[in-house]
Design a protein. Structure first.
Length: 190
């Protein structure tokens, strides 16, 4: 009889902020299914990281179980300097490091996701949109968060995009809670 115990790992170790020292946020591309191992290794070596997760509901033998899954498979965000990078390379779980030129943009995108998780907003992986309507959530638990919607007919599906990965997190909100802030064109349906 298999007794697989779920692996629990902190979603965030350290602070999700811009650094004032020589550390920078980078995206670590990990070996398949090694995100939590890299996070555990980083925590043991006091390296700041953020591993976005979401809760998926599963049914096993007529029991409902909540399972924490990785939002961006094979990726983890870490705040490192050269010495920390060498430590992560030694772990054996890393494939590549993606340099982030827009540090503030990345931190803002990750904060939006983290804030939603703290407010227990239901999230799931979504498609990244190259073009779409830029919106702001004006009411509810995600008030003040900016996102992108596909078009006017899908205003309830807001995507919190992480541009460096070209991936997004989908959250559902009511149309009354959305304000379009980008340029848009009204299309009348006959």
């Amino acid at each position: 009889m298999a007794t697989h115990k779920p692996v629990y790992i902190d979603e965030l170790y350290g602070e999700l902020e811009l650094f004032t020292d020589d550390r920078n946020w980078v995206v670590v591309h990990t070996k398949p299914r090694c995100e939590k191992k890299v996070a555990d290794y980083a925590k043991k070596n006091q390296i700041t990281y953020y591993l976005p997760q979401y809760t998926d509901k599963r049914v096993y033998q007529r029991r409902k179980v909540d399972v924490d899954k990785i939002l961006f498979p094979s990726y983890i965000f870490v705040g490192i300097d050269f010495k920390n990078k060498q430590e992560l390379l030694i772990s054996g779980y890393t494939v590549n490091f993606l340099k982030v030129n827009a540090q503030k943009e990345l931190v803002d995108e990750l904060r939006a996701i983290y804030y939603g998780r703290q407010k227990k907003v239901e999230m799931q992986p979504g498609l990244w949109l190259e073009k779409g309507l830029e919106v702001e959530i004006v009411n509810g638990p995600l008030k003040g968060i900016h996102g992108v919607v596909e078009n006017q007919s899908k205003l309830t599906e807001v995507r919190l995009q992480v541009n460096i990965l070209r991936q997004a997190v989908l959250v559902k909100v009511s149309t009354e809670d959305i304000k379009i802030i980008g340029e848009y064109e009204v299309v009348e349906i006959d």
